[in-house]
Write a new protein. Sequence first.
Lengths: 252, 260
Amino acid sequence: MAFRGFGGIATSGLIAAAILWSFATTDVEFSRLLSAGPRIADFFGRMFPPDPTVMAEIKKGSAETLRIAILGTLGAVILSVPLGILASETMVSPAVFRPIRTLLAFIRAIPLILVAMLMVGAVGLGPLPGIIAVAFHATGMLAKFYAEAIDGVSRAPIAALESAGAGPLVRLRYAIWPQMAPVVARDTIFRFELNLRESLILGIVGAGGIGFYIQTYVRSFQYDKAASVTIAVVVMVIAIEAINVALRRRFT
Amino acid sequence: MSTAVEVDDLRFAHTGADLPALERVSFRVSAGESVALLGPSGAGKTTLLALLDGRLQGWSGRVSVLGAPLDPDRPPPSARRPDTGFVFQEFALVERSSVLRNVLNGRLGRMSPLRALLGSPTKHDLEIARTALADCGIADLAERRVDSLSGGQRQRVAIARCLAQEPRLILADEPVSNLDPAHACEILALLTGAARTRGATALFSSHQPDLARRFAQRIIGMRDGRIVFDVPTSELNDDATAELYREVGPIPGIGLRAVS
């Protein structure tokens, strides 16, 4: 039983109050839902049939999004290797891994779209701010995963190499790395998939990729073209997920 | 005859433990000897061997290994570590690496740190690794991955890794307790034989009196963290062995009660 006694009553009351407050203070006019049907029908009507003439834009945008995801993931891997080592209990003392873990949690807490907007301000429009934003944002998760992979390996071979006189980095290379390699491969592929999905929307803030075209076509009421781009995005996401599932099966 | 291990009034307690794991432990092992630590689980054998290997700190007393004193507060300098080889009960191999790679891991302490990190063993390193594999009867398994081997084969790989270190002292913690009796005899014969032919000292622990008798020149009996007897194998009588296991109930490892 989750809600028991006075604490339970107080918690239930608090949740009820929060819900009522949200209804009361926001401008939620449910009457507008009634007239939404025809408008949605009109919206979809204008999206159909999708305009196939935008193939060139789709190709260009998809390629750019893919490049942002690949280079962003590469950047995140390069940053995550040292940060992952510095965030692991096995490799460093608490005085080092605690602040590094806090830093990574802080990075994870910043939304990608916010980082992208800041980067557009800093380096201008185009794919470069997108790449930097993805690399930064993904490092928060990937370095944590790498640290967990290091800490998750069997300790006995590490002790054996220590006994043989191998230093910490040599132990990492020959006792820890062979054990963690499949985990790192799986985590990196997973993060790449997330990077690709997340970078689809970067174009909306001007940080490059296919999102730019969705934004442009919707704003200029060319819903049939927006529909084509949306279909392309859906196909891309499904394709990447299928490839990743197949890849991940190999690393077990 | 020179001394391989000298321990004087050693005491050690694990952090948070009420009773010490080792207390008033004193003994010496001459170079070239083959000595067994005999005793029930929980007697302190594993702790003593790990301590001699320089992997435990915070003890008191005097310990010297291969003529050099151990520091109670810090691990020994890495240059000295390869001289002491260690064979683990659970093999402690890198399962996803090849047999040869695991044996070469025993050479890492003998290489320069840069060469070790780059993973480029010299011809000499490879030759020593291949010799160790041949001595352990597993030359044909060199390219196999460890996770495809049986228990007996794994312990042979672990012994080959230890031999590749070119140790002058071989410590082995229950090296055969995971193996069936036939393999246990083979492995202990291999371990003590390899130590003898290389002029190395062997100190291994066991909870099986018959194995200790068969492969050691001297037997040190341990119980509840203390040494109960220390005799040449020929003088070990059944009463002393029985005393060692007296009152050790159906659950071994409960030990650590005061000796009455």
